[in-house]
Design a protein around this ligand. Structure first.
Ligand code: 5GP
Length: 346
């Protein structure tokens, strides 16, 4: 029997009712079934990796079989996480499972894993663009990270949050709140961070691994990106091409975080970082401040995310991708400026 976490600040972190039907359905699923596959979105970030690891450890602790499969490799900065060696990389799922639990996905396609259709699917997500595509859907847009939802699930299941699980969940929270800086970071977020710290997460070591372990190639790529910096009023943009990445000796994951330098400029309320993929398409990372809603912009290109942090993919060439995204961002900036009661909440 789980603990009534609604009585604790950490338990309130996700902000929604404790008697969340998605959470209850997921809890029942875990009680009733034995063999689970756990996955998350392609190009996994800290929340995706920390949360799949924590959930798989939690399932094993409950006596269940849990395998973790991701379509893309684990970025270097997350390779010190507990049990990270249990993550398998594959483009399709083989084997028999009683259920597949997908984290941070708005569709099967977002996992980029083949052979998921027809399987029993559970979906745990906290994105504004979350969709109930699975058999069980637990979507809580007020949760600061999917890691916070996994913590609630652990509590509901009466599982012990070990130092290893706490480390993975703290990593999820730290990265998905932008180091506790995004709108929505509040006393409950810190209550959960405190709880995880008390249970064995080491904030300084985790921050060291994530923020002070960058390869030099990432800095060389950043130099290339910033040499392409453009601003126009409240809008900033920059890009890197495959040629820039080759010159810097950079991997795709070295592009992560580049957009934060753009949104970090004073007076900039919307920013986009474009990176060329080997296919010639462009991956876009969008960031905004306050009411400027970049999730809406990303969704208009079949992407998604949060109000202040989202992403999508556009066809090249660069000039065409840029024209499309800048057009939509200018429109969003105009819309947000005209909205009643406009203020900056970032
Ligand atoms: P990032 O710019 O860091 O890659 O992504 C920012 C946020 O947007 C993350 O929460 C990420 O999961 C989400 N996101 C990025 N790209 C996509 C996409 O193509 N589709 C959806 N649904 N979400 C995305």
């Amino acid at each position: 029997m789980g603990q009534d976490l609604s009585q604790t600040d950490a338990g309130k972190e996700a902000g929604s009712s404790w008697l969340d039907s998605g959470l209850l359905s997921l809890h029942d699923l875990i009680l009733q079934r034995d063999r689970f596959l756990v996955s998350a979105h392609a190009r996994p970030d800290g929340d995706a990796i920390g949360s799949v690891l924590a959930l798989s450890m939690l399932l094993r602790q409950l006596g269940k079989q849990a395998e973790v499969v991701l379509a893309d490799p684990v970025p270097v900065i997350y390779r010190t996480l507990p049990c990270v060696g249990t993550i398998r990389q594959a483009d399709r799922v083989a084997g028999r499972y009683d259920a597949v639990i997908l984290l941070e996905c708005d569709s099967i396609a977002r996992s980029r894993l083949g052979n998921l259709e027809g399987r029993f699917l559970a979906n745990i997500d906290h994105h504004a663009s979350g969709r109930p595509f699975a058999d069980i859907n637990w979507i809580d847009t007020s949760a600061c990270a999917v890691g916070a939802m996994v913590f609630r699930l652990a509590q509901a299941a009466g599982a012990e949050v070990t130092p290893e699980i706490a480390t993975c969940l703290y990593t999820a929270m730290l990265t998905d709140t932008g180091s506790f800086s995004y709108a929505g970071t509040d006393a409950q977020t810190f209550a959960l961070a405190r709880e995880l710290t008390e249970r064995g997460a080491d904030p300084s070591r985790i921050a060291q691994d994530i923020y002070f372990s960058n390869p030099a190639s990432k800095m060389r790529l950043l130099a290339a990106a910033l040499s392409n910096l453009n601003t126009e009023g409240r809008l900033a943009w920059a890009w890197v091409t495959q040629a820039d990445m080759a010159r810097a000796g950079a991997a795709e994951e070295d592009c992560e975080g580049g957009v934060n330098y753009l949104i970090g400029i004073v007076g900039i309320d919307a920013a986009v970082f474009l990176r060329e993929l080997p296919s010639g398409c462009f991956r876009l990372s969008l960031r905004s401040k306050g009411r400027v809603n970049v999730a809406r912009v990303a969704e208009s290109f079949s992407g998604g995310g949060h109000q202040n942090a989202s992403g999508c993919t556009l066809n090249g060439p660069l000039s065409a991708a840029m024209e499309q995204i800048l057009h939509q961002l200018r429109a969003e900036l105009a819309r947000s400026a005209a909205a009643p009661g406009n203020h900056h909440a970032f």
